[in-house]
Design a protein around this ligand. Structure first.
Ligand code: MG
Length: 365
């Protein structure tokens, strides 16, 4: 199976409601799509969201990295030289993890098709279905309480509540959400780097004293501040999950060796695809650190690749793959079935993607 062509395009999918965090506010998913064509007629699909605020990867940068650096080195290569081809993707350009992730997942899609096996089975095959949380955007306490009630009505029993924008309100926000949904709903929070270490400890401990029952806090302090995160991990009652601090497998090992966090968040767009995500998962198994798998604002192709990994590995115990649930529609054909919180992986070979609804993919010249 030889690679003959790599085509790039974009899709736009409107969100149900604007997505707001301490870092940004967004109305729609605007992703880059990668199609890898082969001499057998098989096509591998990949996708990358331009999440400049987190990864630094803009749409133009993703397209440029694939077109000018990665694609040139892949044309004519045999997918069956799999390890070598995956390493070529990682070595073709520094950083640009979203572009690498899109190409990497398309290659796994092809490799699975070549040997007629779904990717989740290729990677380990731990289970067929998973249950995701859903994100509640940061807004006024009243609005967040309403959004939380809506989510519970849709069947979600785990909420990921965004905090950190206008941080004086954070305890009030959580009080409003907890009061609206009752005691049985799981609540995890994400500060997206908004707090200083001391603020984090103060706010988190106040939340616990108020009986808010927070499962864990994601990325309380700035991404580069590993020492600050270790301080929060040691001083607060609430477990800490490292998200923006962990891009590469090396970051993950450093965080775990320092004891700077209790949990690690794996995202394909931060680590450059399944090739590196597997290394993070393996390191986490060695350290005995459970992982969450998360996504950016992504449509179904790239979230599907994350679903394959989540269904393969038992060390991934927390699922935050709500990208498709936040979208108003789904233009991707095939792949995993997303039924609100319940996600069931496809048993088709590769990623199981059959294509994109006619007229939705705009090819780039
Ligand atoms: Mg996060």
């Amino acid at each position: 199976m030889k690679i003959t062509q790599i085509r790039l395009g974009t899709i736009s999918v409107p969100l149900r409601v604007p997505f707001k965090t301490a870092l940004r506010s967004v109305d729609s998913v605007e992703d880059v799509i990668v199609e890898i064509h082969t001499d057998t007629g098989a096509v591998g699909y990949g996708e990358a969201p331009p999440t400049g605020a987190v990864t630094g990867d803009t749409a133009g940068a993703i397209v440029g990295a694939v077109r000018d650096h990665i694609a040139k080195r892949l044309i004519g290569r045999d997918v069956d030289e799999f390890e070598d081809v995956l390493q070529t993707v990682q070595a073709s350009v520094v950083r640009n993890t979203s572009a690498k992730a899109a190409v990497d997942m398309a290659l796994w899609d092809l490799y699975g098709q070549l040997y007629h096996i779904p990717v989740y089975k290729l990677l380990g095959g731990a289970r067929k279905s998973i249950v995701t949380d859903i994100t509640i955007s940061v807004n006024s306490p009243e609005e967040m309480a309403r959004d939380a009630e809506d989510a519970v009505r849709r069947g979600y029993d785990c909420l990921k509540v965004k905090v950190g924008a206008n941080k004086a309100l954070d305890v009030e926000r959580l009080l409003a959400v907890r009061q609206a949904v009752g005691k049985k709903i799981c609540i995890r929070i994400d500060a997206n780097q908004a707090w200083t270490p001391k603020e984090a400890v103060r706010i988190l401990n106040r939340m616990q004293e108020r009986g808010l029952g927070i499962e864990f806090v994601e990325q309380p302090v700035p991404a580069h501040d590993f020492e600050g995160m270790k301080y929060v991990t040691e001083q607060s009652y609430v477990p800490v999950l490292a998200d923006e601090s962990v891009f590469s497998p090396q970051d993950a090992v450093k965080i775990m060796a320092m004891g700077a966090a209790d949990l690690i968040n794996i995202k394909l767009m931060k680590c450059g695809g399944l090739y590196n995500a597997l290394k993070i998962a393996a390191a986490a198994e060695i350290y005995g650190v459970e992982c969450m798998i998360g996504c950016m604002l992504e449509a179904k192709i790239s979230v599907n690749a994350a679903v394959e990994l989540a269904c393969a590995k038992k060390i991934i115990t927390k699922i935050d793959l709500d990208g498709p649930a936040l979208c108003r529609e789904d233009p991707i054909l095939g792949g995993a079935v997303f039924d609100e919180k319940q996600i069931t992986v496809s048993d088709e070979p590769g990623l199981g993607i059959r294509g994109i609804e006619p007229g939705r993919l705009v090819y780039l010249p």
